[in-house]
Design a protein around this ligand. Sequence first.
Ligand code: PEP
Ligand code: MG
Length: 579
Amino acid sequence: MKLNGLGVSPGIGVGRALVYRQHAFDVRFRVQPAGVDGELRRLEQACERARRQLNDIKDRVARAAGAEHASLFEAQVLMLDDPMLTGRAASLIRDEGVNAEWAVRRAGEELSRLFDEAEDHYLRERKLDVADVTGRLRLNLRPQSGGPVEIFRTVEGPLILVADELAPSLAAQVDWRQVVGFVTDVGSWTYHTAILARSLHVPAVVGLHDASARLAAGTMLAVDGTTGEVLLDPSAEELAQLDARRTRRTAYERSLDEYRQLPAVTQDGVRIVLEANLELPEEAETARQYGAEGVGLYRSEFLLESRGDGTLAAADEEVQYSAYRRIVEAMAPGTVTVRTFDVQERELYPNGLIGDGSHGVLGLRGIRVSLAHRDLFRVQLRALLRAARHGSLRIMFPFVTGVDEIRAARGILAEAAAELRARGEAPPAVPVGIMIEVPSAALTVDLLASESDFFSVGTNDLIQCCLAVDRADDRVSRLYEPRHPAVLRILRYVSRAAKRARRPLALCGEMAADPGTLALLIGLGVTEFSMAPTAVPLAKQLVRAIRLDEARRAASRALRAATVEEVSQALEELRVSRT
Ligand code: PEP
Ligand code: MG
């Protein structure tokens, strides 16, 4: 059997499914025989913790509202000893080698089904208690941080991670030595974890709708991140075919190796700066190897840790300082541009300032969150200013929509600098710039220039905001079109406005990693790019094959085109003639 999704990170990975459904607090994997006792112990300890909590609640309710109201919790305590619940979960662990969370879920579902069939109304209502108790048990199975770090200690690879959604914080904690591929229900090419997968060279397929609910943990999966195919229990013949594909792909990648350390100069001698986008500090060394001159975008939010309940914890100043310093030193003498946290408020604060309305890509995110939580922001800025002493570092604010936000952010930066001076650690002067990711910023580049030392266009967000297409929503992903005439016009506008304002302009969206659109961008006047480290050799190959005057002509043809297809035709002519 085969599932088809969107291949977002090339390569082939074969391993057993580990299912992680963040929204349903659901983790499923097979336990090796040697791990069974450990799982049983975890179940026992979770029962103990749940029992203490429930007894505590029961006593408090009894004191406050009378013993009759506490009987509900009494019943829940009894359920913890029910052979049909915890007893059944234990036998599922022993007999079928499933992990404790999965066993508790299954035992709970079986028990609920029995209650469903009951004639008695009272018994049918008990279903809710079963759900309550199993929910409590599952939370108690990972009482501390929970999350994937702990899971990877107990499961043996190679694994294919099957998830409903793979938030950056979660992805950053995955043990990628064990995970040889991942598939998710949602996502698109510019989905953050797709970007990370490409950086890490991990094959990935996204947009598989309900795969995380349907795929059984432990199933053998083969993921082809180029074609978007996911094979279930592949045959020997299918595996051999995949292997042949893998060999061809590796040979192609090798053929690009010669470009890694060559200068990125067009045929007519125009120098193009190619830098790397990083999500993890340890990628800096890889970025150098692939021939990146610096880091044009470090997505610092990947430093945030998942608490296991869907929220994130900010790293402290020392941890952040070490991470920033490590990248700056690894890239020296190149420049490193660190973007301050770009997260949504609900990821950091489940009960955020604006409550429920803050969800979604257009909600409280990026610089808006940092301005709303100044303490957190100051910690990050202090760490950045300190790291700037060790090399060339620039600070960049995400998701800026107007001048006021930059002024406010700079105000907090001044406070952070003053705090460091008070500690006797005078900070160096650091260039401060912004991302152009929102149409309002794109259209006011001249005004923003008075407050910004540099700009970097984030086309991933700019395209989604300009075309009104949520980049994580696979149902509308075919409308996400970097070659849309509106996108071309907005980019030409930004490029010209930045030139007039005499501010350096880079582009760090995924559009730069596609050789077809890279030529277009060069033709539109952009000369500095940042992309996944692994995309740098191919970009160099393209740059070295084109002439600026030809790229300009192709860009003007593309700007006259009315449809995406016509834009592509205009660009094809350029590529075919030179590469
Ligand atoms: C962008 O929006 O283009 C960008 C580079 O930022 P991110 O992909 O992290 O949103
Ligand atoms: Mg962005």
